[in-house]
Unconditional design. Structure first.
Length: 245
């Protein structure tokens, strides 16, 4: 597969290294507007793009890929306000997007644990719920996309919660998310249920960026030949079905 990498920071470089090891070819890397001006036409050589850019550039990147009917795998977060319009345009124009706020297989299993725990804890109102997320200092959005998914899933299953805040909780209907930025932390997420008597925690800690890069490349390989808007659950379910056949 010939891949265009959009966003050539540490994640983009990790994807490049791993993709080459898996036999793929990187035909272009784009990291800024100057790169777009000089290299955009090389997108025609690519089979697919993988984007780990910035919240401010991702939407433009998506529509540039649409112009070339180039499937795009997106790991960039912080653009949720534009997500529904992009999804509609993708489906209407028969484009191909695979989006996930976190491509780690472990994190996506963690999402399932979070949903299960929320269902189990839904009737126990004496437990307060909070989320903590810690990332490297270069991460531009807060809270993380992963923390937002965790919070939204909790809100879906626990009736007494109706919104999340990236701050201390001011009323019992909120789920508080605390964001920390420190050197060289790929990503740690903690979901905590705490009462006066005890506490329950589930934790996911990324050890390196490799898990995210590996998941993104798996998504790119899976997306080949498909049209539509896809997420990690689509790939995981299809692999489970395939393994059962």
């Amino acid at each position: 597969m010939k891949i265009a990498i959009l966003g050539y920071g540490k994640m983009g470089q990790e994807i490049e290294n791993l993709a080459i090891k898996r036999g793929h070819e990187i035909v272009i890397t784009i990291n800024n507007l100057e790169d777009w001006d000089t290299s955009e036409k090389k997108l025609i050589e690519a089979d697919l793009a993988i984007d780990f850019s910035t919240p401010g550039s991702i939407v433009d990147n998506i529509y540039r890929c649409f112009n070339y009917h180039l499937p795009i795998v997106i790991g960039t977060t912080g653009w949720f306000d534009d997500l529904e319009k992009v999804r509609e345009d993708c489906l209407k124009n028969k484009q191909s997007i695979f989006f996930s706020p976190n491509f780690s297989i472990g994190v996506n299993l963690f999402f399932e644990l979070n949903r299960l725990l929320a269902r189990l804890m839904s009737k126990w109102e004496n437990y307060e719920i909070s989320i903590e997320e810690t990332h490297h200092i270069h991460k531009q959005d807060a809270p993380s996309g992963t923390a937002i998914v965790l919070a939204n899933d909790i809100i879906q299953y626990i009736e007494r919660k109706d919104k999340w805040v990236n701050d201390d909780v001011s009323n019992p209907e909120e789920v508080g998310i605390k964001s920390f930025r420190t050197d060289n932390v790929p990503g740690t997420h903690v979901v905590r249920y705490e009462s006066e008597d005890d506490s329950i925690e589930i934790v996911h800690t990324a050890k390196s960026r490799r898990g995210f890069a590996f998941g993104a490349i798996l998504a790119a390989e899976w997306l080949a030949g498909k049209t539509g808007f896809f997420e990690m659950k689509d790939m995981l379910v299809s692999q489970i079905i395939q393994n059962q056949e």
